[in-house]
Design a protein around this ligand. Structure first.
Ligand SMILES: *Cc1c(COP(=O)(O)O)cnc(C)c1O
Length: 394
């Protein structure tokens, strides 16, 4: 089936203007393409926007999360409570340090970590023995290790429930890492996402709220951790180290100046970018509210501002999502299952022996979630076309 008069629709699209193009152009007319003034300006824009004391620009959200895991002192065999309903990198950064991710299932409305289960898991892991065992994977956790951190994810631009998670972290002396890679600009009880734990991370891949091509930003008020992470992103060079002396085992996680200039230009438009995304989400909500066979996104009362990253509907149990996706694709409407559970990814099954049924809510959301085309640049006609397609096919 071809629809010649259908609007052109992509899964996502960056929102860039001549200001961004000009900013990148200016950098490439200087010799300073890395470790220059642009990264400092980009970091300053995050200190201003989030109110954090330290902002550390890096070359991806994943590298930012990895540095937080290093700063939290997570090592071989250590345990970290986290969510199986996320993009894989929030778990992968634990595996980079040979730590054990301890998955806790999510709240079925928001897809964020369930605080009640999280409290239970932390208590049981602290107790050890059989109590701890029921939270650990079937294999791959034989080595003894300490429970060191809690890594929460702000799924789809909505913060997790930090007023319930923070006390758990405090009680068990855990570092609280906030994966805010999908939530730049979101607010939880009027507090900025990214600032709700010990360290927060944002990401700037082209489908995120702002983009630098590739990039990430760590925000924290912890000065010692910030100093360590700043050294680690730059091959382990501590303050005072020369170019060829390295206090720590570090990485090249630096963000280049072109990316930083692009990011600063995007941050100058952050409110406009968030408002355009809200406008598109509102259009979807209006068109889809009450449509039988799907649920539109749920927002918790604690979310005083959602920062729309993706627009994910849930198909009703019994609706064949894959068939629906295939027929939407025929009409030129790209859609994507979102998320596929981390514990069922092949490398996770192989390493830890996870099985279907281990995290039923995550798996249910994984079977029913469908991300619709979404960006702040979509117009009313495009949203209406997507929604019309859904209405006809359901
Ligand atoms: C985008 C994203 C990241 C980081 O992604 P990068 O591609 O490394 O920048 C991490 N966690 C979540 C939940 C994300 O959505």
């Amino acid at each position: 089936m071809t629809h010649n008069n259908s609007p052109k629709i992509t899964m996502s699209a960056p929102d860039l203007t001549d200001a961004e193009r000009q900013a990148v152009w200016e950098v490439i007319n200087t010799p300073m393409l890395s470790i220059g003034p642009r990264i400092q300006a980009f970091e300053e824009s995050f200190r201003r926007y989030t109110g954090c004391q330290h902002a550390i620009g890096v070359n991806s959200g994943t590298s930012g999360l990895h540095l937080c895991v290093r700063a939290a002192g997570v090592g071989m065999g250590d345990r970290v409570i986290t969510s199986p309903f996320s993009f894989v990198s929030s778990t992968n950064v634990l595996l980079f340090e040979n730590a054990v991710p301890v998955f806790v299932d999510v709240d079925e409305r928001t897809g964020n970590l369930d605080p009640v289960l999280t409290a239970q898991a932390a208590a049981d892991l602290a107790e050890g023995g059989a109590a701890a065992q029921r939270w650990l994977p079937r294999r791959g956790a034989e080595q003894s290790g300490a429970l060191k951190a809690l890594l929460a994810v702000d799924v789809f631009g909505q913060p997790a429930d930090y007023d319930l998670l923070s006390p758990i972290a405090r009680q068990h002396n855990l570092k609280l890492i906030e994966d805010s890679c999908e939530a730049l600009g979101a607010q939880y009880k009027n507090r900025m996402a990214g600032m709700l734990g010990d360290y927060g991370v944002f990401a700037f891949y082209p489908n995120k709220q702002i983009t630098t091509g590739e990039g990430g930003m760590i925000v924290t008020n912890d000065s010692a951790a910030a100093e360590l992470m700043t050294a680690l992103r730059n091959q382990g060079r501590a303050p005072g180290d020369t170019w060829l002396s390295h206090t720590y085992l570090g990485y090249n996680y630096r963000m280049d100046e072109m990316s930083a200039a692009l990011g600063t230009a995007q941050m100058a438009r952050i409110e406009e970018l968030l408002v355009s995304r809200q406008r598109v989400a509102d259009l979807y909500n209006q068109h889809l509210a009450g449509l039988p066979g799907i649920e539109i996104p749920y927002l918790a009362p604690e979310t005083t501002r959602v920062s729309w990253f993706v627009y994910v509907i849930r198909v009703a149990r019994g609706v064949d999502r894959e068939a629906l996706a295939a027929r939407l694709a025929q009409r030129g409407i790209p859609v994507r299952p979102y998320f596929l559970p981390i514990h069922l990814q092949p490398y996770m099954v192989e390493r830890f022996g996870y099985r279907e049924g281990d995290f039923p809510i995550t798996e249910d959301l994984g079977r029913r979630g469908l991300a619709l085309p979404f960006s702040g640049k979509m117009d009313e006609e495009q949203v209406a076309y997507v929604c019309q397609g859904l209405r006809e096919l359901l």
